[in-house]
Design a protein around this ligand. Structure first.
Ligand code: 7PJ
Length: 385
């Protein structure tokens, strides 16, 4: 089959390589987004970067041999243009339009090496192990038996290779019952104290400032907030404590978020929102180096939204922050393969976590730590051979 036949096949009629940069360059800057594309890892990344054919992303293990430029359409959705690194660089060199300025700034943030976060070097991936202290996981949180069970579970996850233990006392499943402030604190504090005493690096998964304060007091170091420090007092507390944070995107609130999630262009809308939260944090005195952003898979997103976001995950490097990804056992996996029991979603969880790794996400939040650590080790070993 010759090139002419290939060109005529529908699957080869993707975005035109290169052509169109000038037309994108005439668009309003705020409608443009830049994602790493044509991703390479390990020795393939090193080879392509050395040859001037790829950019290393966030100073990490992935390199982009292509870039995907998204342009929002006024009617909703987005157009995309795929360009090679050499042609994009050459185009930037001879353009100073507002659009080129925006793309230059996004490119700088995509590429900038990330300093360590919570003491963890971000030039390699880390696993955050989930320690739920909710009634549906360890009997009723707050009593001695459930505290001891949660601590034992956390220590087992650490032994299996979790760099961070994420302790949460509020179920955010759609339709979950409200937990009082006192109950949430009573659940998480003894578990955090127990884990921190054993030397674990602990994050607290909470939305409420008083819980954050109690958690830090008990030895937690990281604030992981599914509402991205938007509740009263949360941002000020993070600034005051100089805590490393994870800021997650959610549309709506847990009780109703899955009713009818709606976006113009999901991956880009989430980018704008996360970028604005990073800017708000920086303005309040919490520097970008202390932030991981998280697109919040499953939080106010239909299957199509989740997949669009996962496919373009590398976009979020252009916020300038590190990326945290939570896909473990989530219902989007069940919507793909029909699995209804979350414990039967290990294969899908590993596939999504590995794809996050491929796209350079520095932290993955998982239930199955041993399996994820092994999958990452094997993927890294092959990429490095
Ligand atoms: C996430 C989270 C997530 C971050 C939960 C579940 C629901 N925190 N807390 N990202 N999910 N940062 O684990 O399924 O995806 S609770």
């Amino acid at each position: 089959m010759g090139p002419a036949d290939l060109a005529g096949r529908p699957e080869h009629r993707g975005p035109a390589l290169g052509r169109g940069l000038d037309s994108f360059g005439a668009l309003a800057p705020s409608t443009l987004y830049l994602a790493p594309h044509g991703l390479l890892a390990g020795t393939a990344a090193a080879d392509a970067v050395a040859a001037g054919l790829a950019w290393r992303i966030a100073g990490g293990w992935t390199a982009a041999s292509l870039l995907k430029i998204f342009a929002r359409k006024p009617s909703g959705g987005a157009d995309a243009l795929v360009v090679s690194i050499p042609e994009f660089s050459a185009w930037l060199d001879r353009n100073d339009s507002p659009a080129a300025e925006r793309l230059r700034r996004l490119a700088e943030r995509l590429r900038a090496p990330r300093p360590a976060w919570a003491g963890l070097p971000l030039d390699r991936p880390h696993v955050m192990g989930i320690v739920n202290v909710t009634p549906d996981s360890f009997s009723d949180g707050g009593d001695h038996a459930s505290t001891a069970a949660a601590i034992a579970h956390g220590l087992a996850l650490r032994a299996a290779g979790a760099a961070i233990l994420d302790v949460g006392g509020e179920s955010t499943r759609p339709g979950a019952a409200d937990v009082s402030l006192e109950a949430e604190i009573a659940r998480v504090v003894p578990v955090i104290r127990g884990l921190a005493t054993e030397g674990a690096l602990v994050s607290v998964d909470t939305r409420r400032a008083p819980v954050m304060a109690a958690a830090l007091e008990a030895g937690a170091v990281i604030l992981n907030d599914i509402e991205a420090l938007t509740q009263p007092g949360a941002l000020a507390l993070a600034v005051e404590a100089e805590a490393p944070v994870a800021l997650m995107h959610m549309q709506g609130e847990p009780r109703t978020m899955q009713a009818d999630p709606c976006y113009d262009a999901a991956a880009l809308d989430v980018f704008d929102w996360l970028e604005a939260r990073v800017a708000a944090a920086e303005a309040a005195g919490l520097p970008c180096e202390r932030i991981l952003v998280d697109p919040g898979i499953g939080f106010g997103k239909a299957l199509g939204h989740n997949l669009e976001i996962l496919a373009a995950l590398g976009l979020y490097h252009a916020t300038g922050a590190g990326i945290l990804l939570g896909v473990s056992r989530k219902s989007f996996i069940g919507k793909i393969d029909g699995s209804t029991d979350p414990r039967r979603r290990l294969g899908g969880s590993l596939a999504a976590a590995l794809d996050g790794w491929r796209q350079g996400a520095q932290v993955v939040r998982v239930h199955d730590v041993a399996e994820t650590v092994q999958a990452l080790a094997v993927a890294q070993a092959i990429a490095g051979a």
